[in-house]
Design a protein around this ligand. Structure first.
Ligand SMILES: [Zn+2]
Length: 593
C-alpha cells in the first residue's frame, strides 16, 4: 500500500493554519495564548473550545474532543486520515509524495495476527472443554440452571477452563507459541517462584470479542466457592482494554443498527439470556457503570442507549462522564429501572419475563432525570441542611447538561421539590463553576465530590485530575518531567494515563507533533496536556506534591489488596509506609502552599 511519506506529512502539518481551518466552523477569538470559541462538536452557549495556534492543537474542555488539524478535518468532514491529509495538502498547496510501507509496520501487523490466532485457538479449546469434558459437568449444570440453552452458549462461544495449572500453557507451546506470547495476551501469568501457569482455572469462560468477532480476552466465573474472586478477567494487555469493549457487540451489532438503540446490561449471563429471549440489541459493560469509551464505541451506531444496569449503585462521577460524552455525540442515555434484587437474566427466563423486560426498556427515563430523581427521593425536604446537601449533589448533574431546555425543566422540578426559587437553584450551578481548568486546582483540596462545572476537567475523578496536572507539568518542564515519567508506574495511573505517560516517554521533545491517528482518546489527551502545559503554571513543588498524592493512591490500593488476600503482615508494612507518606505530603503542601 502506498503511504504518504513522512516528509510530505510534515510539510502539510507546517503549512496548515489551524485557526483558519477551524474558523470555517466556529468563530474564534484570541484570549491570551490561545484562541477560544463555541465548540463545533457539542452544543453550548459559553465557549469551552480552545485552539493553540502555535502547537496547532485543539481541545474542548466541555466534551473532551481534541487533536491536531488533521484530526479536526477527519472529524468535521467525516474523512479517513489519508483523505484528510490530501484535503489539507490540496488547500495549502503541498505536493504529496508516496512511499512503500514501513516493513516494521508489516511485522507488527503479522505479530498481531499471530496473537489473534492464539486467542482464537484458546477460545475454541475452552469451548470444546465445556461440552466434552467430565470435569465441566457442574458448569454445564449451572448454565442450564440459569435457563441458558446450548444454542446461545455455542453462539457466544462460552467455554470452561480446566482445573489443571498448565493446560493452556502446554497446548499453546505445543502449537508453537512462545511463553512470552502466551503471557502478552494474558493467558498465562508468572507465579511467585518465577514459573508460568494458566490464568484461568476451574472457571466458566466467556470470550470477550471485538466488533468483528475476534477474541481479545476472557472473563472467567469461578465454579468453586474457595476460588477467591468470583469473576476474573484477562489483565489489561496491548490487545485487551476492558473499559473499551462491549461484551456481545459482535453478535448484537446488526440488531443495534436496526433498532437504532443499544440495551446495556452488566453481566455476561444477562447478555446471553437477553439474546436467547430475542432481545438481540443487548451488550454487556462488565462493570457497574458504562465507560466513556464504551459510549464512544456505540456512538455512530445508535442515538439511544438504554442502561438496564444498576444505575443507583454505579459511581455518579462515572455516569456524569458517560453522560457528557453521550451529549457531545448527540446520543441519549436512558435508564430502565430494574426491580430491586432482580437482574435481567433472572427476569427474562421467567414466564412472560421477556415482555416485562421490553416494557421496562420502552419506559426508560433520561439518565439525568433519573439521577435527579434518585437524589430527591433520598432527601428529607423538611430539613434545611438536607435540602442544601441535595442542591450540592444536584448542581454538577444539572450543570453537566449545559444550557439546554431539559436542564431548565429539571431546574424547575428541583426548585419545586425543595421549595426554592428556580433562580436560586440556577445560581448554585453557576456559582459552583470553577474559574479555571483542573490543573490549577490545588490537588490537596480534592475531596472526591464532583463540582458543578460545564468543564470536563472538573468531572474527572480527583486521581485523574492529579494525573493530568502532573503529566501536563511533565510537558511544561521536560527535564524534571523525565524523572517523574520514570517513577510513574501503571499502578499510579488510570489506563488512559498509562498510555499517555508511555507516549510522553517515547516523545519527550515534541509530544504533539505526531499525534497517533489510530487512537483518538490518546491523541485528545495529549492535545489537552500540551494546551494545559502552555497555560497553567508548573513548578517542581507542585509536581512533587501531585506525585506523592498519586503514590498515596497506589499504596491505598495495595493495602486494600493485601487486606483482601488476608495478608496482614504486608498490610501492616504498607500502612506504615502510608503514614510516612502522609507526613511527607503534609510537608509538601506547606511548601507548595
Ligand atoms: Zn465540545
Amino acid at each position: 500500500m502506498a503511504l504518504i511519506s513522512d516528509e510530505s506529512l510534515e510539510r502539510v502539518k507546517q503549512a496548515v493554519d489551524i485557526v483558519e481551518v477551524i474558523s470555517a466552523h466556529t468563530d474564534l477569538r484570541r484570549q491570551g495564548a490561545r484562541w477560544v470559541g463555541l465548540c463545533p462538536f457539542h452544543e453550548e452557549r459559553t465557549p469551552s473550545f480552545s485552539v493553540d495556534a502555535q502547537e496547532k492543537l485543539y481541545h474542548c474542555f466541555g466534551c473532551g474532543v481534541g487533536g491536531d488539524t488533521i484530526k479536526f478535518v477527519e472529524e468535521k468532514e467525516g474523512l479517513g486520515f489519508a483523505e484528510a491529509v490530501e484535503l489539507l495538502a490540496d488547500r495549502y498547496g503541498v505536493e504529496l509524495e508516496r512511499e512503500q510501507e514501513d516493513p516494521r509496520a508489516e511485522a507488527r501487523r503479522q505479530q498481531r495476527r499471530r496473537l489473534g490466532e492464539l486467542l482464537d485457538r484458546t477460545a475454541a479449546f475452552y469451548t470444546s472443554y465445556l461440552w466434552d469434558s467430565e470435569e465441566a459437568g457442574k458448569a454445564r449444570e449451572y448454565l442450564g440452571g440459569r435457563g441458558l440453552g446450548e444454542e446461545v452458549l455455542r453462539a457466544f462461544g462460552v467455554g470452561y477452563a480446566p482445573s489443571a495449572w498448565d493446560q493452556v500453557l502446554l497446548r499453546g507451546q505445543r502449537a508453537g507459541f512462545k511463553v512470552d506470547e502466551l503471557r502478552s495476551v494474558g493467558l498465562v501469568q508468572r507465579g511467585r517462584g518465577g514459573g508460568e501457569y494458566d490464568r484461568f482455572r476451574s472457571r466458566i469462560i466467556f470470550p470477550i470479542r471485538d466488533r468483528r468477532g475476534r477474541a481479545l480476552g476472557f472473563g472467567g466465573r469461578a465454579m468453586r466457592s474457595d476460588q477467591g474472586a468470583k469473576y476474573v478477567n484477562t489483565a489489561e494487555t496491548d490487545f485487551f482494554h476492558k473499559s473499551h469493549l462491549l461484551y456481545g457487540i459482535d453478535l448484537a451489532k446488526e440488531a443495534i443498527a436496526k433498532a437504532g438503540r443499544a440495551v446495556v446490561v452488566e453481566g455476561y449471563t444477562d447478555v446471553l439470556a437477553l439474546h436467547q429471549a430475542e432481545v438481540r440489541e443487548a451488550v454487556g459493560v462488565m462493570g457497574t457503570a458504562i465507560t466513556e469509551e464504551q459510549v464512544a464505541a456505540l456512538s455512530g451506531m445508535v442515538d439511544e442507549v438504554v442502561l438496564a444496569l444498576d444505575a443507583d449503585a454505579a459511581g455518579q462521577e462515572a455516569m456524569l462522564r458517560a453522560q457528557r460524552v453521550a451529549a457531545g455525540r448527540q446520543m441519549q442515555l436512558r435508564v430502565a429501572a430494574m426491580p430491586a434484587g432482580e437482574d435481567p437474566a433472572e427476569m427474562v427466563v421467567a414466564e412472560g419475563g421477556a415482555e416485562r423486560f421490553r416494557a421496562l426498556v420502552e419506559g426508560a427515563v433520561d439518565l439525568t432525570a433519573f439521577q435527579v430523581g434518585l437524589v430527591l427521593e433520598r432527601t428529607d425536604t423538611s430539613s434545611p441542611a438536607e435540602r442544601d446537601r441535595a442542591l450540592t449533589e444536584l448542581a454538577p448533574i444539572l450543570a453537566g447538561l449545559g444550557e439546554t431546555a431539559s436542564r431548565d425543566d429539571l431546574v424547575r422540578q428541583v426548585a419545586e421539590r425543595l421549595d426554592l426559587e428556580p433562580a436560586l437553584v440556577m445560581g448554585r450551578l453557576t456559582a459552583a463553576r470553577p474559574l479555571s481548568g483542573g490543573a490549577s486546582e490545588s490537588p490537596g483540596r480534592g475531596n472526591g465530590a464532583p463540582r458543578a462545572s460545564q468543564r470536563r476537567g472538573a468531572e474527572l475523578t480527583s486521581r485523574e485530575r492529579r494525573e493530568r496536572a502532573l503529566l501536563a507539568m511533565c510537558v511544561a518542564l521536560p527535564a524534571e518531567g523525565g524523572e517523574y515519567l520514570t517513577r510513574l508506574t501503571d499502578a499510579h495511573l488510570s489506563p488512559t494515563g498509562v498510555r499517555a505517560a508511555a507516549w510522553l516517554r517515547e516523545h519527550p521533545e515534541d509530544p504533539a507533533s505526531n499525534l497517533p491517528h489510530d487512537d483518538d482518546e490518546l491523541a485528545g489527551l495529549i492535545a489537552e496536556l500540551v494546551i494545559l502545559a502552555h497555560d497553567e503554571p508548573a513548578s517542581a513543588e507542585a509536581m512533587e506534591l501531585n506525585y506523592l498524592l498519586l503514590e498515596q493512591r497506589r499504596l491505598e490500593a495495595e493495602i486494600a489488596a493485601a487486606g483482601e488476600r488476608d495478608d496482614y503482615e504486608s498490610r501492616a508494612t504498607l500502612s506504615r509506609e502510608r503514614a510516612a507518606l502522609v507526613e511527607r505530603i503534609a510537608r509538601a503542601e506547606r511548601v507548595g502552599g
